[in-house]
Every structure is written in structure tokens, then in C-alpha cells.
Design a protein around this ligand. Sequence first.
Ligand code: SF4
Length: 480
Amino acid sequence: MRKLALSDEILMKVDKPARYIGNEFNSVMKDTSQVNIRFAMCFPDVYEIGMSHLGIQILYDMFNRMDDVWCERVYSPWPDLHEIMKQENIPLFGLESQEPIKDFDFVAMTLQYEMCYTNILQILDLAQIPLRSRDREDGCPIVIAGGPCTYNPEPIADFFDIFYIGEGETQYGNLFELYKKAKADGLSREEFLHEAAKIEGLYVPALYEVEYNEDGTICCMKPKYDDIPVKIKKQVQVDLTNSTYPEAPVVPFIKATQDRMVLEIQRGCIRGCRFCQAGMIYRPNREKKVDHLKDVAAALIKNTGHEEISLSSLSSSDYKELDELITFLLDICKEKKINISLPSLRLMRFRSISCRRCRMSKSSLTFAPEAGTQRLRNVINKGLTVDDIMNGSKQAFEGGWNKVKFYFMLGLPTETEEDMRGIPELANDVAALYYDTVPKEKRAGKCQITISTSFFVPKPFTPFQWARMYEPSEYLAGPK
Ligand code: SF4
């Protein structure tokens, strides 16, 4: 019988114990005597955030389709449990088997944002795995990093054995085959890593020499051996339609941050906003075939029980078959009273969608002008004019919405006080437009404009990668 890693006493003490017990609907159990590879897929953040991440669900599904691989999930324990695990010397465990991940073959972490870097160390520490790659011996899991942050691996290079650069669908199969062969041939950890470094897209930092300039930037880096690549090539899954996709994703017992089905309709973006790392690193844009998406949507609805389906993409409205897909979804979702959420919508495409909005969530309308003035939108190559914003908002109001959310960034290169002031001014103009557009008797309530701002962070592999980032004190001191 499956034994939980945490006692009832501990589970009763901590907040949201369902984060740690696994066994959720659609989670995968396997017989350890039948598998060759134990894989821990970690999201270095709390369960509710990690469970909302599509990439983990894709790889979890893909790996567990392989008969001899068992992939389990791991999330960062909340501080209350962290303290107990440290006090009682309980090693971090996989949710499915509840067994310590230090005994697994691989521990992989997806790195989506830099703010989670301290959680990398928390996971390794709780797992009782040496923090630094150089201190790990034969028998320790191979620690891998994936996700967008690996495009700038050097700040965290000491802690990982392998960085997987690019999309996970392409090379894990080759890595697993190599691992099984290395095990059968009795290769050491070092020998295995040397062979792994020859797989396209894998960067093994221990096998490279890196020299730094005085200011901390990289002066040069070169491989220590002639048989490993000088440059690492990012991996792209070219045919997305025919790649595996989780049609029966794990459904959590507790509410996740994104508590819905996710239908990935395309990967990449045809735009070229200069601050946007996702837009750059997920190139080229690849659309999935609409007939395939219809099948996946039907399967997701059948296999989960969620009340909302969200179309996932960097820019949903650029998907060419969007109208056909929405028509199909409206049809199948109507009967089951399932909402359709359309994030990442561009204002220009709003009319054709909004006219058939009958079952689309009224809370899902968000737009991202990113900058408050046309000058700055041109600088960042946003390709959105005031007219686009006003026309799109007008159509939203005419379509029955009275709540619109706008996303902006502060601290963009060349930003002036005028650009900052442009943000509330634009919001005021849009609010005024609501009252001009919708007659009093037809208003669903007050107009609600939500302005959400974040601070610009220069990202690797974007045109703004060397732009400066403002210190918090500069913002707290007031407008420049
Ligand atoms: S910000 Fe959005 S539209 Fe612009 S490149 Fe990135 S994903 Fe595409």
C-alpha cells in the first residue's frame, strides 16, 4: 500500500496538506520494478503555481508514456513544512511514490523566472542533494535545468549538471537512451555527462572554461574537450501538431492558480516586441492544426471536469483558425456550461471574437499596450496605436464588457515622465469612452479599468538585453 512521506500529525499541522499527498485525478502510478529511469520534475515554487504550469504537464505526460520511465512531480514546500522537514530530517519526495528524490536518476527543474532561484537551493537542500554539481558523486541524481532562464545559465551554472536549452520534446528521449546505455556499460557520472554534452541542445557547464571581464560579463568560454560543441543550439519542436500533448492532465485536489483546462494552440509569436524574451526564444511561430485542437479540447473536457478552458499561446488572436476553433468550442462548451478564456488577445482581433461571446468568461478580457505613449510603444516595437486601443475598448464595451484590464511596463528604455503619466491618462480616456459608448440604461454597472504595471527586466536574447534595469530606490524616489 502507498505510504505517505509525511505523518498524519505533520499533515494536520501544515497549511493545505493536499499540496503534499499526490494521488490526484490523472496522476500516474507505476511499478518501480518495471521502470529503468526515475525522474523528478520540479517546479521550484509552491504547488498551486507549479500545477498551473503547462510545460510540466506536457513533459510529465510525455515521459510517463514511456514504459520504462516514471516521472513524478515535486514542488517547493511552503515555509511551514520546510521547517518541519529540516527539523525532522525528512528528505524531499516525489508526489506520486512519496519516495526521496535523492534516490532518483534525474532531478529536473523548470526555471521560468529569476525570482525562483533561491527555491532551487531550497529544493536541493531539502532533497539532501549536494548544492554544487562538483560535489555530487556517482549515485546522486543528474540535476537538470530547463525553461527560459537557462538561456542565461552562467549565474546558476555551479548548481546544475546539465542545462537543457530549448523545448523539452526533442532531446529527452536521446538523453534517456544514453543514460540507460551508460548504466549498462558501467560509465561513471563524469563519463555520462561528457557523452550527454554531445547531444544537441545540452550544455554541461563543468565541461567548459568561462573567463569573465572585470564588470562580471563573460569574456569568453570554450569547451575543455574537442569533442563537445563550442556553441549550444536551442531545441525547437518543429511539428507541434504531432507531438504529444496531455489530454488527461493532473487535476489538483485544491484550487490551483490557473484552475482550468489549457489548450495550447500555437507556440512562438509573429510579433517582435523588443523587451519580450518569449517572443524571441520561442521562434519560429508554429500553429497547431485546428482539427487536432478540436480533438484535444474534446478529450480535455471528457478527462478533467474543469469549468473553464483557456487557449494558451503568446498571442492567441494571431492564430489563423481562431474563429473556427472558437465556434467549435462554444458549441461543445455550451451544454456543459464551460467558460472559454482567451488570454493574450490583441485589440485589433477583438470584434470578430466578441460578437460570439455568449459563453466566454467576462473576466477574461485583458490587453497589453505595455507603454503609455505612442513614442514608447514605437521604441519597444509594440505595433499598437491609440486608435487600436480605443477601437478595441469600444468594441468590448459594445459587446457587454464593462471591465477591461491593461498591462503596462515601467522602466522601459528611454522612458520619461510623460510616458509614465500616459498610463493613467490612457485609462481615463478609456473609462470616458465607456460612458460615451454605452447608454445609461444599458450599462452593466460602473466601468472598471484595471491598470497593472510591472517593472522592465532586461532579458537575454532580446534587443534590450543590455539595457539597464532601474534600482527600486530610483522608482521610490519619484518620477525621473
Ligand atoms: S509581448 Fe506578446 S505580442 Fe509581443 S512579442 Fe511577446 S508574446 Fe508576442
